[in-house]
Design a binder for this molecule. Structure first.
Ligand SMILES: NCc1[nH]cc(CCC(=O)O)c1CC(=O)O
Length: 307
């Protein structure tokens, strides 16, 4: 068996694709990488929230899945739309890395808890809104681009620090630049953060599908992400909406915490639901209904008008 793996060509995307290649190789399955450029890679000068169209990092990969020129496409789970077209599906989620966000800086004295004002580069609406909520003394500047581009902007002093997912920073081996680990109880991460997702077309042979799943899928992560993604799907939130969600599996129970925050950061709704792993998706829908009923629907509507 030989698998063609479609991937974007940023360093993080390549790390993820090579990780999948390694997991397949451990099971004796050979594979090759097919590098694919997406609209999101071409447009670097506008924020993703402003480009607005869903799937800007996925469309070209999905075209090739359908055409059969690649067997699977590899993505950061958090960058995947919450609902996929009927002829495509996610066939595996890899074991999740530490899920929290981290503050990255060349200046070791920078700290969110110090109360000192400084400037953070980020283009994530969730991070901007949460910083306004928890750390009103810091200011943010919009900063797009891959990790290497952002670090260059940091070095050019366009900001004092970056707020990033630990997973990406660690995978790119920038751990020595981490100056603070943010607690997930406050800065709840984006849905899917830290896991790598494998997407395939329904036309993939069952033999390939089962082999790939067996070698790459992590059941606990998959179950947690089912809960988180059901929550996001019900809110119809793409990656540019400040929705957050994190499920954990402990003992016989799944616990899903999630919510929404408005762009000004002065209204945050967050709640936790627990249930059995078999109820993962239901938990996501229940949480979404509850958040919407508490005023989440109005927050969402206002956000959609502004973006
Ligand atoms: N939106 C970009 C993106 N997609 C995945 C990661 C990090 C790795 C991950 O969470 O899987 C990042 C960078 C970041 O948010 O810091």
């Amino acid at each position: 068996m030989h698998i063609k793996i479609g991937t974007r060509s940023s360093r993080l995307a390549l790390w993820q694709a090579e990780y999948i290649q390694e997991l397949l190789g451990n099971g004796g399955v050979s594979s090759e990488l097919v590098l694919i450029e997406t609209k999101g890679d071409k447009i670097q000068d506008r924020s993703i929230a402003k480009i607005g169209s869903k799937g800007i990092f996925t469309q070209e990969l999905e075209d090739q899945l359908r055409a059969g020129t690649i067997d699977i496409a590899v993505h950061s789970a958090k960058d995947l739309q919450s609902s996929l077209p009927a002829d495509l599906g996610i066939i595996a989620f890899t074991e999740r890395e530490q899920v929290n966000d981290v503050l990255v800086s060349r200046n070791k004295t920078v700290s969110l808890t110090s109360g000192q004002p400084f400037v953070i580069g980020t283009s994530s609406t969730r991070r901007v809104a949460m910083l306004k909520h928890f750390c009103p003394h810091v200011t943010t500047v919009d900063m797009r681009g891959n990790l290497q581009t952002r670090l260059r902007k940091l070095d050019e002093a366009q900001c004092d620090a970056l707020l990033l997912a630990y997973a990406g920073v660690h995978r790119m081996q920038y751990d020595d630049l981490i100056v603070e680990y943010l607690p997930v109880q406050e800065f709840t991460p984006a849905v899917g953060q830290g896991s790598v997702a494998i997407e395939a077309a329904m036309s993939l042979t069952n033999e390939k599908l089962q082999t790939i799943r067996q070698l790459t899928n992590h059941e606990a992560t998959e179950t947690c992400l089912k809960a988180e993604r059901a929550f996001l799907r019900r809110l119809e939130g793409g990656c540019s909406i400040p929705v957050f969600g994190l499920a954990t599996w402990a003992g016989a129970e799944i616990s899903l915490t999630g919510g929404i925050i408005n762009l000004d950061g002065n209204q945050m709704l967050r709640e936790t639901f627990t249930g059995t792993p078999a109820e993962a998706e239901q938990l996501g829908y229940q949480l979404a209904e509850s958040i919407l009923a508490q005023g989440g629907d109005e927050i969402l509507q206002t956000i959609r008008e502004k973006l």
